[in-house]
Design a protein around this ligand. Sequence first.
Ligand code: NAD
Ligand code: TYD
Length: 339
Amino acid sequence: MRLMVTGGAGFIGSNFIRYMLSQCEEYTIINYDALTYAGNLENLRDLERNPAYTFVRGDITDAVLVDQIAGSGIDAIINFAAESHVDRSIDDPGIFVKTNVLGTQVLLNAARKNGVSKFIQVSTDEVYGSLGNEGLFTETNPLAPNSPYSASKSGADLLVRSYHETYGMDVNITRCSNNYGPYHFPEKLIPLVITNALENKEIPVYGDGLQVRDWLHVKDHCAAIALVLQSGRSGEMYNIGGNNERTNLQIVKTILHELGKPECLIRHVGDRLGHDRRYAIDAAKIRSELGWQPQYRFETGIRETVEWYLQNEPWWKRVKSGDYMRYYEKMYGSRLVKA
Ligand code: NAD
Ligand code: TYD
């Protein structure tokens, strides 16, 4: 089976490519990625010589190149490519609409034109908005996105749905909760906490730190997408999550404890605008229909992840240098003013 994986040089995409090539099934993979600030070919260095793997640098909004790749005998497109960071979407929403909405439509068009058999849109639980203290998101929840990021992902989901309804395309949408694991870009909470703590830098906690996220190991997410690729029913959405709700403060303290670092590194800073209070996923559908279940206990997964960052200091030191650091210092400075 020949796959076009978009955004494969990012966090989840690179883990997915490694996961798929480690399976017994015969997959060949084209990783199509624009290499934005979040894309990093170092994430896939071990696969560079694998004959089943090819990298093509390209933007998903580039209709000509996308058409050319989709027309090269691709059986399925799995779309991970996106602008993915909520804080950046608050700072500069335009690129989120371009990549996440327009880019998805360009991919759908190319898939349709070239008779690609399956299209999987890797979406997020954030499209459902925020929950109160009780309840879980199911696939029938209405879309109620609160950030420009989640609004752009919702727009993409609706386009994917429309290509199924209008053209009968075989599509699936997966909506996963927050991922953690190796190669996670250190602007997101867990890798930011680990790497800042290792450098004895302050850990910025937005607002009261009591917001809740439902954390899932990235390999469990990859396994779920693989199952959807193999057996997902045409036109269906699947929620993916591991029933691992934690407040942000719990996450930060767990990591500091793992690293033997003091809690005085925690610094409460100005809150994120429109900050979603709680996400929590009901994954009953993918569990019962496709037999998926997460393999990682959070305690084991987070320990392994901390260990990965300890073992891969050159990777994150390079990622945290240059442009990224300038951006981080700017954002951090503005949050201290608002604290
Ligand atoms: P990431 O930011 O680490 O990676 C995104 C990748 O997309 C990068 O390699 C980047 O270069 C590439 N990209 C960006 N714009 C592009 C464009 N215009 N054309 C081609 N490539 C482009 O993101 P991630 O955390 O790996 O997330 C991957 C997908 O999973 C996203 O669609 C995201 O919405 C979704 N998702 C993420 C999470 C999470 O916790 N990280 C949870 C649920 C869903
Ligand atoms: P993040 O990793 O950006 O994922 P998302 O916004 O998609 O859930 O943030 C996870 C949570 O951590 C979210 O509630 C915001 C919070 N957060 C902080 O408190 N401090 C930080 O420095 C970051 C990056 C996030």
